[in-house]
Design a protein around this ligand. Structure first.
Ligand code: SF4
Ligand code: MG
Length: 336
């Protein structure tokens, strides 16, 4: 059964002067209406490229895309630019880390929220303006009728983020893609924005793909989690499953590098040693093997020669047995 958004065996390759970069390699996932999928990974894991590919914002000349992206029954990879333009900002909306990349400095905030509404619904100028003011109110901008006349630079960072969310949601999108939407904000504003997204999802019933490098943020908003490493998914499951009983050594590393409220902060911060691999020349076998300390438990040099694959549903792409994954986590990772 296909999801509302269904990605199957997606591969995205870029031709560069140095060779072909495999930014995304064999990625599959589904997102349903009213649910949030959290995609977690370091920069270079392919999470942002996946998002841009769904939106059709890749460069078609240097990029090769294989696989399927089906949104509400419509195949997006083969869609025309015109068809994609009809979807973007209307049925599919996006919010980014930096609102200034999405907003123009030359137009008022109200106008920038009203315009996409007018374009996609055919509303009058006045109706669209009223709608913009209403949306600014919904995202918690005080005195929205007045603030709608301001320019983006007159808003604080947190306010701009709210305005961008208003802009993204003005057409009541069925799918919202949020790429590190709170990364640049302080913790208090970040929490407010996450609450806001949850409330708005309740109200609009959108499917949300929430992309972040921060498992702590994901814990707060996502129903399901997919962990990406070097262009592929290494683990997925419900948020509860992945956070309580993670089954991949990379996820263990991410959890270990997450500060915890109930423990000494500095002691909890143990980053994963090493750096993400080059996608020009990815490691053989398991792409995580150069950074993994559990290879000897697998035996032979299987981790170096054989690529572990992600199965269906609750699964992790690692050669350790399910029993090993369980016991290593309980006995060695969790207690720290
Ligand atoms: Fe580590 Fe091997 Fe599992 Fe990869 S397959 S995560 S190298 S134990
Ligand atoms: Mg990114």
């Amino acid at each position: 059964p296909e999801g509302f958004l269904s990605v199957r065996d997606l591969s995205v390759r870029f031709a560069t002067e140095d060779g072909v970069v495999k930014a995304v390699d064999g990625l599959s996932f589904d997102v349903e209406r009213g649910r949030t999928l959290g995609i977690v990974g370091e920069s270079g894991s392919g999470k942002s490229v996946t998002n841009l590919t769904i939106l059709g914002l890749h460069n078609p000349h240097s990029t090769t895309i294989d696989g399927e992206i089906v949104f509400d029954g419509k195949e997006l990879i083969t869609a025309t630019e015109r068809e994609l333009e009809q979807l973007r900002g209307n049925r599919i909306a996006m919010i980014f880390q930096d609102p200034l990349t999405a907003m123009s400095p030359y137009y008022t905030v109200g106008r920038q929220i009203a315009e996409p509404f007018r374009k996609h619904t055919g509303a009058s100028k006045q109706e669209a303006w009223n709608r913009a003011v209403e949306m600014l109110g919904k995202v918690g901008i005080p005195n929205p009728a007045q603030r709608a006349k301001d320019y983006p630079h007159q808003f604080s960072g947190g306010m701009r983020q709210r305005a961008m969310i208003a802009m993204a949601l003005v057409c009541d999108p069925d799918l919202l893609i949020a790429d590190e939407p709170t990364t640049a904000l302080d913790v208090t504003v970040q929490a407010q924005i996450l609450d806001l997204l949850k409330d708005l999802q309740q109200e609009f019933g959108s499917a949300i793909v929430f992309i972040t490098h921060d498992l702590g943020v994901i814990a707060d908003v996502a129903d399901d989690i997919m962990v990406m490493y070097a262009g592929s998914a290494v683990e997925r499951g419900s948020t509860d499953q992945v956070l309580r009983a993670p089954r991949h050594p990379y996820t263990w590393g991410l959890l270990n590098s997450m500060p915890r409220l109930d423990s000494d902060l500095s002691a909890a911060l143990a980053p994963i040693p090493g750096t993400p691999p080059s996608l020009l020349n990815p490691p053989s076998g398991c792409r995580f093997h150069p950074r993994c300390t559990f290879q000897d438990r697998v035996g032979g040099n299987r981790c170096v020669t054989e690529r572990p694959l992600l199965g269906a549903d609750r699964s992790s792409a690692c050669h350790l047995t399910t029993e090993q994954k369980r016991s290593i986590f309980i006995e060695e990772i969790r207690p720290r």
